[in-house]
Design a protein around this ligand. Structure first.
Ligand code: FE2
Length: 324
């Protein structure tokens, strides 16, 4: 018998808190209930789980193939013995990437295969700030006026984290094939049919740029307008104040998220596990595909413009001196 309780987030159109279950000892029956709730609510909060790395990975694997399992998403080095060292300087590439994630996004849209879902488990949290915020692109799509729904029905945008780092922060990381700064840009529809519920949702975020067929200014204005619209209604945004032991799981196919700022000299350690999307529904193309060339060109054109436009942004159109 299961005593799982699923309590919708008060005053929100998405999200639920799940209690009465130990994720470390999950039965198939309990997982079925959790999976149904995950599809219905978009994100689930599991308080007081204190999962080990192995348990984080085992829970993530219930949902599909992992992109990575139990990675410290932290502002400190993790030593081999599991202890944490000094806090990174805010000018290191690691912190530039962390700060970049303070703008709304879904994970891995800048890879050939975007992500299905992701989870974070809190180990060390700062005294103030450092929350994770989430926003519902499904409810937002449903709330759009008909003219906007019609306008975006057949539009796509390129996704690149070289673009978002430059655009949001004036950060130009060195390009390396095996990093997330790889020089490719992946074209994805701006309205996504959710593969498991069949419901449409907006699919935008900080990595999106360069809508083919639109002028640059028009494309930028439309993408900004859509993200602003998603978060314009408080019922579509939930900000989670972390407590150590929490595990938070969200659907990257329709929920936007971002980290909130905090005092970067304080430690913040969240253990991240990310599940890959399905080939049939989350694959854009691979770099070897002839379609990839247009993305590369769009990205390089965009970056050359941003070099001049971003000198006043946080990192002043610079590259971090040391790569970590
Ligand atoms: Fe993220």
């Amino acid at each position: 018998m299961s005593y799982i309780q699923i309590t919708p987030m008060p005053d929100k159109v998405f999200g639920a808190t799940v209690t009465g279950v130990k994720l470390a000892e999950l039965t198939d029956d309990s997982f079925t209930k959790i999976h149904q709730a995950f599809l219905a609510y978009g994100f689930l909060l599991f308080p007081g789980q204190f999962l080990s790395d192995t348990e984080n990975i085992a829970f993530g694997e219930r949902f599909g193939e992992l992109e990575f399992g139990a990675n410290p998403m932290s502002n400190q080095h993790r030593h081999r013995d599991g202890s944490y060292g000094q806090v990174f300087d805010v000018d290191t590439q690691r912190m530039r990437t962390n700060v970049g994630n303070e703008a709304w996004h879904t994970d891995s849209t800048y890879k050939p295969l975007s992500s299905k879902c992701a989870m974070l488990s809190a180990v060390t949290v700062p005294k103030k700030g450092g929350e994770t915020a989430l926003a519902d692109q499904r409810a937002a799509y449903e709330a759009l006026d008909q003219a906007t729904q019609d306008r975006i029905a057949n539009l796509s945008a390129y996704h690149s984290t070289e673009f978002s780092q430059a655009n949001d922060l004036g950060d130009f990381p060195p390009r390396e094939t095996d990093s997330i700064y790889h020089g490719e840009a992946y074209l994805r529809p701006m309205v996504k049919m959710h593969p498991e519920t069949g419901r449409p949702n907006l699919f935008v975020g900080r990595h999106a740029f360069g809508i083919p067929g639109l002028e640059r200014s028009e494309s930028r204005a439309l993408l900004k307008q859509l993200i602003d619209f998603v978060v314009s209604d408080e019922s579509r945004v939930y900000t989670h104040p972390w407590t150590e032991g929490d595990t938070l799981l969200w659907d990257n196919r329709y929920v936007l998220h971002r980290a909130m700022p905090y005092n970067y000299s304080e430690p913040r350690v969240l253990i991240g596990t990310r599940i890959a999307g399905d080939h049939e529904t989350e694959l854009a193309y691979y770099p070897s595909d002839p379609a990839a060339q247009a993305g590369r060109e769009a990205l390089d054109t965009e970056l050359s413009i941003l070099r001049n436009e971003t000198v006043d942004r946080r990192y002043g159109a610079t590259t971090a001196e040391r790569v970590i």
